[in-house]
Design a protein around this ligand. Structure first.
Ligand SMILES: NC(=O)c1ccc[n+]([C@@H]2O[C@H](COP(=O)([O-])OP(=O)(O)OC[C@H]3O[C@@H](n4cnc5c(N)ncnc54)[C@H](OP(=O)(O)O)[C@@H]3O)[C@@H](O)[C@H]2O)c1
Length: 269
């Protein structure tokens, strides 16, 4: 049994994780945290998530919950991350930090924390996307002469392009080739851009409908090509991946981990 505290429990990710806890019998919820201004303070966290009463009320203080916790999973707010990190280090509690937009100043505290607790920071906790990242690294290395082109499709409401995941895939390919996206990433556009340069990593973007996210990484060679595709049909993939990675993290030695470390631990890559 891994006694677990969820931080950001009233949010989209928090409620999604609360609802999925039933799939993870090893994880026992012992705390559910929101901000001190939360409208849900004192309410039953399971009921709030539509998962049935679980007896764990929403509270706003993490430290008192840590005396009996073996895992903290935090999907809350970037500005609160430093405080949550310090509390976990003080209590020696493993932390999976899924909050995005972390401030640059958190770099040193995160590095120091990684010496004292198992710490996994991940901007994307989908198992499939993280496996795809590993596969892209492998393919980019194994197929050095092949052109890399990345296509992504998302719902019509997405405002940024290419997606953060597409850029992460491009970065993985670039790193495996000993280069950077800044040097060789290209978003394909109309006009006369001229012939493709060998090292280019090209991006194509489509928007429409309610597509949760599709990423297609193509390796195009002479006479053959390889395609790696990930399709997200449900945003719960992030919550499920976080719970799976958290369960693994709780059993690790202190250190700095990422989703790739977890994926490698369960696969033969
Ligand atoms: N890693 C991934 O794969 C992934 C996937 C999706 C989202 N995210 C990231 O996860 C974070 C949360 O996303 P979301 O969509 O769930 O956001 P959200 O719906 O806005 O929820 C934010 C949660 O954080 C809580 N919170 C805010 N300030 C807090 C504080 N000072 N201390 C403790 N809790 C606090 C909120 O509680 P109250 O408002 O009730 O106080 C709420 O429970 C974002 O950074 C998002 O980008 C990451």
């Amino acid at each position: 049994v891994i006694e677990t505290v969820l931080v950001g429990a009233t949010g989209r990710m928090g409620r999604s994780m609360l609802a999925l806890l039933a799939e993870f019998p090893e994880l026992t919820l012992v705390g559910a945290v929101a901000s001190e201004r939360s409208a849900a303070l004192g309410r039953d966290s399971g009921e709030l998530a539509g998962a049935g009463i679980n007896g764990v009320p929403i509270s706003h203080q993490l430290p008192p919950l840590l005396s009996r916790a073996q895992l903290v999973i935090d999907f809350s707010q970037a500005a609160a991350a430093a405080g949550h990190l310090a509390a976990c280090v003080a209590a020696r509690t493993p932390l999976l930090l899924g909050t995005t937009g972390l401030p640059r100043e958190l770099g040193a505290p995160l590095a120091a924390a990684g010496e004292r607790i198992p710490l996994l920071v991940a901007a994307n906790t989908s198992l499939g996307v993280n496996l795809l990242l590993e596969l892209v690294r492998t393919a980019a290395t194994a197929l050095p002469g092949f052109d890399v082109e990345i296509a992504e499709t998302h719902h019509r409401h997405k405002v940024d392009a290419p997606s953060g995941t597409a850029l992460a895939l491009g970065r993985a390919a670039a790193e495996a080739r000993g280069t950077t996206l800044e040097a060789h990433g290209v978003v394909r556009q109309a006009g006369q851009p001229g012939e493709r340069r060998r090292e280019e990593i090209g991006f194509a973007v489509m928007r429409g409908g309610d597509v949760a996210g599709e990423h297609n990484v193509r390796f195009l060679g002479a006479g053959e090509s390889v395609e790696l595709i990930h399709r997200a049909s449900d945003r719960r993939i992030f919550a499920r991946g976080a719970l799976a990675a958290g369960r693994w993290l709780a059993g690790q030695a202190p250190g700095r981990y990422d989703m790739g470390s977890f994926i490698k631990s369960i696969s033969v890559l």
